[in-house]
Design a protein around this ligand. Sequence first.
Ligand code: ATP
Ligand code: MG
Length: 282
Amino acid sequence: MRHVYSGKVREIYEVDADDGTDLLLVASDRVSVYDVVLPTPIPDKGALLTQLSVWWFGELADVVPNHLVSATDVPAEFAGRAVRCRRLDMIPFECIARGYLAGSGLREYLATGAISGVQLPPGLVEGSRLPQPIFTPTTKVSAGGHDAPATFAQVAAEVGVETAESLRALTLEIYRRGAQRAAANGIIVADTKLEFGRAPDGGLTLADEVLTPDSSRFWPAAEWAPGRPQHAYDKQFVRDWATSTGWDKKPPAPEVPADVVAATRARYVAAYEKITGTVWRT
Ligand SMILES: Nc1ncnc2c1ncn2[C@@H]1O[C@H](COP(=O)(O)OP(=O)(O)OP(=O)(O)O)[C@@H](O)[C@H]1O
Ligand SMILES: [Mg+2]
Protein backbone atom coordinates (compact mmCIF):
# COMPACT_ATOMS: atom_id res chain seq x y z
CA MET A 1 0.00 0.00 0.00
CA ARG A 2 1.53 3.32 -1.09
CA HIS A 3 0.25 6.72 0.00
CA VAL A 4 -0.20 8.83 -3.13
CA TYR A 5 -2.31 11.88 -2.25
CA SER A 6 -3.83 13.84 0.60
CA GLY A 7 -7.10 15.56 -0.29
CA LYS A 8 -8.82 17.96 2.02
CA VAL A 9 -10.91 15.10 3.40
CA ARG A 10 -9.46 11.86 2.01
CA GLU A 11 -6.12 10.06 2.04
CA ILE A 12 -5.48 8.07 -1.10
CA TYR A 13 -3.35 4.94 -1.34
CA GLU A 14 -2.46 2.65 -4.22
CA VAL A 15 -2.96 -1.06 -3.65
CA ASP A 16 -1.92 -3.91 -5.91
CA ALA A 17 -4.80 -5.86 -7.43
CA ASP A 18 -4.93 -8.99 -9.57
CA ASP A 19 -5.70 -6.90 -12.65
CA GLY A 20 -3.43 -3.89 -12.02
CA THR A 21 -3.62 -1.23 -9.34
CA ASP A 22 -6.62 -0.11 -7.28
CA LEU A 23 -7.00 2.94 -5.08
CA LEU A 24 -7.91 2.97 -1.44
CA LEU A 25 -9.92 6.11 -0.57
CA VAL A 26 -9.82 6.66 3.17
CA ALA A 27 -12.23 9.32 4.44
CA SER A 28 -10.92 11.15 7.49
CA ASP A 29 -13.04 13.04 10.04
CA ARG A 30 -11.72 16.34 8.66
CA VAL A 31 -14.22 18.95 7.52
CA SER A 32 -13.40 21.68 5.01
CA VAL A 33 -15.35 24.92 4.69
CA TYR A 34 -14.67 27.38 1.87
CA ASP A 35 -11.90 24.95 0.79
CA VAL A 36 -10.07 25.32 4.13
CA VAL A 37 -9.76 22.32 6.49
CA LEU A 38 -10.90 23.12 10.04
CA PRO A 39 -8.45 22.15 12.80
CA THR A 40 -11.13 20.17 14.69
CA PRO A 41 -12.33 16.75 13.42
CA ILE A 42 -16.02 15.68 13.48
CA PRO A 43 -16.14 12.18 15.06
CA ASP A 44 -17.42 9.43 12.70
CA LYS A 45 -17.75 11.82 9.76
CA GLY A 46 -15.42 9.76 7.54
CA ALA A 47 -17.33 6.56 8.21
CA LEU A 48 -20.71 8.29 7.72
CA LEU A 49 -19.66 9.72 4.34
CA THR A 50 -18.18 6.42 3.22
CA GLN A 51 -21.21 4.32 4.21
CA LEU A 52 -23.69 6.75 2.67
CA SER A 53 -21.75 6.81 -0.62
CA VAL A 54 -21.61 3.02 -0.67
CA TRP A 55 -25.40 2.91 -0.12
CA TRP A 56 -25.97 5.32 -3.01
CA PHE A 57 -23.63 3.43 -5.35
CA GLY A 58 -25.93 0.46 -4.80
CA GLU A 59 -29.10 2.49 -5.32
CA LEU A 60 -27.76 3.99 -8.55
CA ALA A 61 -26.14 0.86 -9.96
CA ASP A 62 -28.68 0.67 -12.81
CA VAL A 63 -28.08 4.30 -13.81
CA VAL A 64 -24.30 4.41 -14.11
CA PRO A 65 -21.27 2.18 -13.51
CA ASN A 66 -19.24 3.22 -10.46
CA HIS A 67 -15.67 2.93 -9.24
CA LEU A 68 -16.38 0.73 -6.23
CA VAL A 69 -14.45 -2.54 -5.96
CA SER A 70 -15.10 -3.34 -2.31
CA ALA A 71 -16.18 -1.56 0.87
CA THR A 72 -15.02 -4.44 3.07
CA ASP A 73 -11.74 -5.60 1.51
CA VAL A 74 -9.80 -2.78 3.21
CA PRO A 75 -7.07 -2.78 5.89
CA ALA A 76 -8.52 -3.30 9.39
CA GLU A 77 -7.26 0.08 10.60
CA PHE A 78 -9.51 1.81 7.99
CA ALA A 79 -12.54 -0.48 8.35
CA GLY A 80 -15.80 1.41 7.78
CA ARG A 81 -14.28 4.59 6.40
CA ALA A 82 -12.43 3.31 3.35
CA VAL A 83 -13.34 1.90 -0.03
CA ARG A 84 -11.24 0.07 -2.52
CA CYS A 85 -11.98 1.50 -5.97
CA ARG A 86 -10.85 1.44 -9.56
CA ARG A 87 -8.40 4.19 -10.42
CA LEU A 88 -10.01 6.31 -13.13
CA ASP A 89 -8.76 8.97 -15.46
CA MET A 90 -10.72 11.80 -13.80
CA ILE A 91 -12.79 14.35 -15.75
CA PRO A 92 -11.43 17.79 -14.72
CA PHE A 93 -14.84 19.25 -13.86
CA GLU A 94 -17.17 18.97 -10.88
CA CYS A 95 -20.55 17.94 -12.27
CA ILE A 96 -23.17 19.81 -10.27
CA ALA A 97 -26.94 19.45 -10.50
CA ARG A 98 -29.18 22.04 -8.87
CA GLY A 99 -32.89 21.76 -8.24
CA TYR A 100 -33.09 24.69 -5.80
CA LEU A 101 -31.27 27.98 -5.43
CA ALA A 102 -28.57 28.25 -2.72
CA GLY A 103 -24.91 28.94 -2.08
CA SER A 104 -22.64 29.95 -4.93
CA GLY A 105 -25.47 29.30 -7.41
CA LEU A 106 -27.67 31.83 -5.64
CA ARG A 107 -24.85 34.40 -5.65
CA GLU A 108 -24.19 33.89 -9.36
CA TYR A 109 -27.91 34.10 -10.18
CA LEU A 110 -28.34 37.33 -8.21
CA ALA A 111 -25.34 38.85 -9.98
CA THR A 112 -26.02 37.64 -13.55
CA GLY A 113 -29.45 35.95 -13.83
CA ALA A 114 -27.75 32.71 -14.83
CA ILE A 115 -25.67 29.89 -13.30
CA SER A 116 -22.77 28.41 -15.30
CA GLY A 117 -24.34 29.91 -18.42
CA VAL A 118 -27.82 28.46 -17.76
CA GLN A 119 -30.31 31.34 -17.93
CA LEU A 120 -33.00 31.32 -15.21
CA PRO A 121 -36.30 33.21 -14.92
CA PRO A 122 -36.29 36.47 -12.92
CA GLY A 123 -37.72 36.75 -9.41
CA LEU A 124 -36.22 33.62 -7.83
CA VAL A 125 -35.07 33.93 -4.22
CA GLU A 126 -32.86 31.99 -1.80
CA GLY A 127 -34.24 28.45 -1.55
CA SER A 128 -36.52 28.74 -4.61
CA ARG A 129 -37.27 25.59 -6.51
CA LEU A 130 -35.96 25.88 -10.08
CA PRO A 131 -38.36 25.30 -13.02
CA GLN A 132 -36.36 22.14 -13.67
CA PRO A 133 -33.03 20.75 -12.39
CA ILE A 134 -30.03 22.26 -14.19
CA PHE A 135 -26.44 21.20 -14.88
CA THR A 136 -24.00 23.80 -13.54
CA PRO A 137 -20.45 22.44 -13.76
CA THR A 138 -17.37 24.04 -12.24
CA THR A 139 -13.71 23.67 -12.93
CA LYS A 140 -11.91 21.38 -10.50
CA VAL A 141 -8.97 23.20 -9.00
CA SER A 142 -6.64 21.32 -6.64
CA ALA A 143 -4.47 22.45 -3.73
CA GLY A 144 -5.46 25.88 -2.48
CA GLY A 145 -7.47 27.12 -5.47
CA HIS A 146 -11.24 27.68 -5.64
CA ASP A 147 -13.50 26.05 -8.20
CA ALA A 148 -15.00 28.45 -10.75
CA PRO A 149 -18.25 28.18 -12.78
CA ALA A 150 -17.85 26.58 -16.21
CA THR A 151 -20.35 26.74 -19.04
CA PHE A 152 -21.50 23.69 -20.95
CA ALA A 153 -19.51 25.04 -23.93
CA GLN A 154 -16.34 25.17 -21.82
CA VAL A 155 -16.82 21.58 -20.71
CA ALA A 156 -17.49 20.56 -24.33
CA ALA A 157 -14.37 22.38 -25.53
CA GLU A 158 -12.26 20.42 -23.06
CA VAL A 159 -13.75 16.92 -23.18
CA GLY A 160 -15.75 16.92 -26.45
CA VAL A 161 -19.44 17.58 -27.05
CA GLU A 162 -20.48 13.96 -26.82
CA THR A 163 -18.81 13.45 -23.43
CA ALA A 164 -20.15 16.77 -22.16
CA GLU A 165 -23.67 15.71 -23.15
CA SER A 166 -23.23 12.37 -21.41
CA LEU A 167 -21.94 14.08 -18.25
CA ARG A 168 -24.94 16.40 -18.24
CA ALA A 169 -27.45 13.60 -18.80
CA LEU A 170 -25.88 11.35 -16.14
CA THR A 171 -25.61 14.17 -13.61
CA LEU A 172 -29.26 15.16 -14.06
CA GLU A 173 -30.47 11.56 -13.95
CA ILE A 174 -28.49 10.82 -10.75
CA TYR A 175 -29.89 14.01 -9.21
CA ARG A 176 -33.43 13.07 -10.27
CA ARG A 177 -33.15 9.59 -8.81
CA GLY A 178 -31.41 10.79 -5.64
CA ALA A 179 -33.90 13.58 -5.06
CA GLN A 180 -36.83 11.21 -5.58
CA ARG A 181 -35.40 8.63 -3.15
CA ALA A 182 -34.60 11.28 -0.51
CA ALA A 183 -38.01 12.95 -0.92
CA ALA A 184 -39.66 9.68 0.08
CA ASN A 185 -37.89 10.15 3.44
CA GLY A 186 -38.73 13.85 3.84
CA ILE A 187 -35.47 15.28 2.53
CA ILE A 188 -34.97 17.77 -0.27
CA VAL A 189 -31.72 17.41 -2.21
CA ALA A 190 -31.22 21.05 -3.16
CA ASP A 191 -28.06 20.38 -5.16
CA THR A 192 -25.28 17.86 -5.47
CA LYS A 193 -21.75 17.60 -6.83
CA LEU A 194 -20.57 14.51 -8.70
CA GLU A 195 -17.22 13.46 -10.09
CA PHE A 196 -16.75 11.14 -13.04
CA GLY A 197 -13.78 9.45 -14.58
CA ARG A 198 -13.00 7.15 -17.46
CA ALA A 199 -12.42 3.47 -16.96
CA PRO A 200 -9.62 1.84 -18.99
CA ASP A 201 -12.26 0.82 -21.59
CA GLY A 202 -13.24 4.51 -21.96
CA GLY A 203 -16.61 4.24 -20.22
CA LEU A 204 -17.79 7.13 -18.04
CA THR A 205 -17.82 5.95 -14.45
CA LEU A 206 -19.14 7.56 -11.26
CA ALA A 207 -16.30 8.18 -8.77
CA ASP A 208 -15.48 9.90 -5.49
CA GLU A 209 -18.40 10.34 -3.04
CA VAL A 210 -22.10 10.42 -3.94
CA LEU A 211 -25.04 12.34 -2.47
CA THR A 212 -23.41 12.92 0.91
CA PRO A 213 -23.74 15.92 3.26
CA ASP A 214 -20.30 17.09 2.07
CA SER A 215 -21.22 17.02 -1.61
CA SER A 216 -24.90 18.03 -1.40
CA ARG A 217 -27.38 20.31 0.31
CA PHE A 218 -29.99 18.31 2.22
CA TRP A 219 -33.00 20.18 3.60
CA PRO A 220 -35.87 18.88 5.75
CA ALA A 221 -38.81 19.10 3.32
CA ALA A 222 -41.28 19.96 6.09
CA GLU A 223 -39.38 23.16 6.92
CA TRP A 224 -38.62 24.32 3.38
CA ALA A 225 -39.58 27.97 2.85
CA PRO A 226 -38.06 30.07 0.04
CA GLY A 227 -36.83 33.56 0.91
CA ARG A 228 -34.50 32.62 3.74
CA PRO A 229 -31.62 30.24 4.46
CA GLN A 230 -32.92 26.65 4.85
CA HIS A 231 -32.38 24.34 7.79
CA ALA A 232 -29.84 21.81 6.62
CA TYR A 233 -28.52 18.29 7.31
CA ASP A 234 -25.18 19.12 5.80
CA LYS A 235 -22.01 21.16 6.06
CA GLN A 236 -23.94 24.42 5.98
CA PHE A 237 -24.28 24.43 9.77
CA VAL A 238 -20.53 24.44 10.39
CA ARG A 239 -20.00 26.81 7.44
CA ASP A 240 -22.42 29.28 9.04
CA TRP A 241 -20.74 28.89 12.42
CA ALA A 242 -17.30 29.57 10.85
CA THR A 243 -18.62 32.70 9.13
CA SER A 244 -20.27 33.93 12.36
CA THR A 245 -16.87 34.01 14.10
CA GLY A 246 -15.75 36.74 11.70
CA TRP A 247 -13.11 34.42 10.19
CA ASP A 248 -11.79 35.76 6.85
CA LYS A 249 -12.03 32.32 5.11
CA LYS A 250 -8.24 32.10 4.81
CA PRO A 251 -6.12 29.52 6.65
CA PRO A 252 -5.79 28.98 9.53
CA ALA A 253 -9.43 28.33 10.36
CA PRO A 254 -10.67 28.67 13.96
CA GLU A 255 -10.96 25.73 16.40
CA VAL A 256 -14.52 24.43 16.54
CA PRO A 257 -16.12 24.38 20.03
CA ALA A 258 -17.45 21.07 21.38
CA ASP A 259 -21.14 22.00 21.09
CA VAL A 260 -20.72 22.92 17.41
CA VAL A 261 -18.82 19.66 16.79
CA ALA A 262 -21.66 17.69 18.43
CA ALA A 263 -24.37 19.56 16.50
CA THR A 264 -22.48 19.04 13.23
CA ARG A 265 -22.04 15.33 13.91
CA ALA A 266 -25.76 15.04 14.72
CA ARG A 267 -26.58 16.50 11.30
CA TYR A 268 -24.35 14.00 9.48
CA VAL A 269 -25.96 11.16 11.45
CA ALA A 270 -29.47 12.50 10.72
CA ALA A 271 -28.72 12.72 7.00
CA TYR A 272 -27.48 9.12 6.97
CA GLU A 273 -30.40 7.77 9.00
CA LYS A 274 -33.15 9.66 7.17
CA ILE A 275 -31.86 8.85 3.70
CA THR A 276 -31.04 5.17 4.22
CA GLY A 277 -33.84 4.52 6.71
CA THR A 278 -31.37 2.65 8.93
CA VAL A 279 -29.94 3.48 12.35
CA TRP A 280 -26.31 4.64 12.53
CA ARG A 281 -24.35 2.03 14.41
CA THR A 282 -22.64 4.08 17.13
N1 ATP B 1 -11.80 6.40 -8.80
C1 ATP B 1 -10.99 7.46 -8.68
N2 ATP B 1 -9.84 7.53 -9.40
C2 ATP B 1 -9.00 8.60 -9.27
N3 ATP B 1 -9.22 9.65 -8.46
C3 ATP B 1 -10.34 9.65 -7.71
C4 ATP B 1 -11.29 8.57 -7.79
N4 ATP B 1 -12.33 8.85 -6.95
C5 ATP B 1 -12.04 10.05 -6.39
N5 ATP B 1 -10.86 10.54 -6.83
C6 ATP B 1 -10.21 11.80 -6.42
O1 ATP B 1 -9.77 11.60 -5.07
C7 ATP B 1 -9.80 12.85 -4.35
C8 ATP B 1 -10.62 12.65 -3.09
O2 ATP B 1 -10.05 13.38 -2.04
P1 ATP B 1 -10.82 14.54 -1.30
O3 ATP B 1 -12.29 14.33 -1.37
O4 ATP B 1 -10.19 14.71 0.02
O5 ATP B 1 -10.42 15.72 -2.27
P2 ATP B 1 -11.06 17.18 -2.26
O6 ATP B 1 -10.67 17.93 -1.07
O7 ATP B 1 -12.50 17.08 -2.58
O8 ATP B 1 -10.36 17.85 -3.49
P3 ATP B 1 -8.84 18.06 -3.78
O9 ATP B 1 -8.53 16.99 -4.79
O10 ATP B 1 -8.86 19.42 -4.34
O11 ATP B 1 -8.06 17.93 -2.50
C9 ATP B 1 -10.40 13.88 -5.28
O12 ATP B 1 -9.36 14.63 -5.87
C10 ATP B 1 -11.11 13.01 -6.35
O13 ATP B 1 -11.19 13.66 -7.59
MG1 MG C 1 -13.81 15.65 -2.28
